[in-house]
Design a protein around this ligand. Structure first.
Ligand code: AMX
Length: 441
């Protein structure tokens, strides 16, 4: 067995025993009470999932295996001391629970490079789609098309024992992550660069190669891509993309199906599509106000107009966070360090001053602070990736690291099919009004 797979199994099998022990010995223990309001506001705050890769604190933000984003930026291996950590290192951390050595990360990077071959029919599926189909539609379809390669599916059909499901899942996950940069870059070059494709460079790291195949070879862009891929990788298990991957995987659908489900969820405007909406909305603001340097007052009036028209302010608010997202702060820090006086970055920073008091004043919005998507587009735009309809694909490539690491864990733990109970609205009404109500829903 290869080294990383072996290390993973060594660690995970102990946790798997713990999972089974708790399930067998403590299944009757009551650990939470559920309020009706939690159910009716999207199941918020109900502990329902087991996810080991990362944990989100409403005030502190995300921690990956206990490490905050500033800690990861300091501790994970980098190619150069002044650079950003390699996302391969974060994947190793989420999988094995330890900060990897430089050698571990280089081995993982090489492993991804050797697995990166994408079968021709996946490109054929992309090419068969109209140019007008959204990059996320093409991306999800390509992932589904690649399910022909599923080793898990073949092993299952061949009758492999349940206790070995994790093994073929691991190989599917590694292959899938390895191939995503090629697929993403292919869609980018197809849509925005005249279908002039660029071959991978197997000597580059995972994120650097993605930038290369998209047509960007500067060290600046590689540094940004490494940071980008690290901060978007995971956000505990309840967000739409992570939860979708877990839910679909719980039916023993293959990892390609699970990850495609995650991507169709990420494509929604309340989730990953917000990174496109932010830039779209800012450009609309610039056009409507007829200035690239609006005053705070002009901005405030535009924000209020957006709200009055019944729209959300993209990039602001969060279902769990109650403070500025540390992923926003990490990008702000990156911009402070490497970017001087960029119009879009300046607007993003100005919005950070103007938006929160307006959202706070409305009263109902639980978190008036910016999330990851408020900043990411301005950085990509600055470095020349101006085609913002593509931005969610980049988010999706990164998110593979967390949701697919979790999927292998799910299989090692032997997690069961997920199947919560639902009731008609009448049942909930009976809980609060008794059975008198005559109006049927
Ligand atoms: N602008 C305007 N209204 C907002 C808002 C915003 N940025 N954020 C929340 N609200 C509204 C909600 O729509 C809801 O209104 P309603 O009661 O009339 O339906 C009310 O405030 C209460 O919502 P909440 O409990 O504070 O948030 P939530 O958990 O329901 O939703 C989120 C969270 C992220 C979907 C929401 O804040 C939002 O729509 N933000 C803008 C889109 C966005 O940036 N999404 C990306 C999130 C990060 C990510 O997943 N990538």
């Amino acid at each position: 067995m290869e080294y990383i797979k072996y290390r993973f199994f060594q660690k995970a099998s102990k946790c798997s025993k713990e999972f089974q022990r708790i399930k067998n010995e403590h299944s009757d223990k009551v650990i939470a009470e559920i309020k009706l309001g939690q159910i009716l506001t999207g199941m918020k705050g109900i502990p329902l999932l087991v996810t080991d890769t990362s944990k989100l604190d409403p005030n502190e933000g995300i921690r990956f295996k206990g490490y905050s984003i500033p800690e990861l930026r300091e501790k994970l291996p980098k190619i150069s001391e002044s650079g950003e950590p390699l996302p391969e290192g974060l994947f190793y951390l989420m999988l094995i629970g330890e900060i990897p050595s430089h050698e571990d990360v280089m081995n993982l990077s090489k492993d991804f490079a050797t697995r990166a071959h994408v079968p021709q029919h996946v490109f054929d599926v992309i090419d068969a789609m109209p140019m007008t189909s959204r990059p996320m539609t093409q991306f999800s379809a390509a992932i589904m098309a690649m399910a022909t390669e599923s080793i898990f599916q073949k092993a299952y059909r061949a009758g492999v024992s349940k206790k070995f499901y994790w093994d073929s899942t691991y190989d599917d996950v590694m292959n899938l992550i390895a191939r995503l940069p090629r697929i993403a870059a292919y869609i980018y070059r197809r849509n925005f660069h005249n279908e002039e494709h660029i071959e991978p460079n197997p000597r580059l790291d995972w994120a650097g190669n993605l930038a290369h195949m998209m047509g960007f070879d500067s060290e600046d862009i590689r540094r940004l891509f490494r940071l980008y891929m690290v901060i978007h990788a995971d956000h505990e298990g309840g967000n739409v993309s992570a939860h979708a991957a877990h839910l679909v995987g719980s039916a023993l659908s293959n990892p390609y199906y699970s990850y495609a489900a995650a991507m169709t969820g990420l494509a929604g405007p309340l989730h990953g599509f917000a990174n496109q909406d932010v830039i779209h909305w800012i450009f609309q603001m610039i056009e409507d106000l007829d200035t690239e340097t609006p005053s705070d007052e002009q901005m405030a009036s535009y924000i209020k107009k957006t709200l009055e028209e019944g729209h959300v302010i993209p990039g602001y608010g969060h279902a769990v966070l109650r403070k500025t997202d540390p992923r926003f702060t990490a990008q702000q820090d990156f911009a402070d360090k490497y970017i001087k006086d960029d119009k879009l970055v300046n607007i993003v920073n100005q919005l950070y001053k103007v938006v929160p008091p307006i959202l706070s004043n409305i009263g109902k919005i639980k978190n008036p602070w910016p999330n990851v998507d408020a900043f990411s587009g301005s950085l990509l735009y600055h470095y020349g990736i101006e085609e913002y309809t593509f931005y969610t694909v980049l988010f999706g490539v990164s998110r593979s690291l967390g949701v697919l690491a979790s999927l292998i864990n799910d299989r090692v733990y032997g997690m069961p099919i997920e199947r919560p109970t639902s009731h008609p609205l009448q049942w909930y009404r009976d809980q609060v009004d008794g059975k008198e109500s005559s109006h049927k829903c």
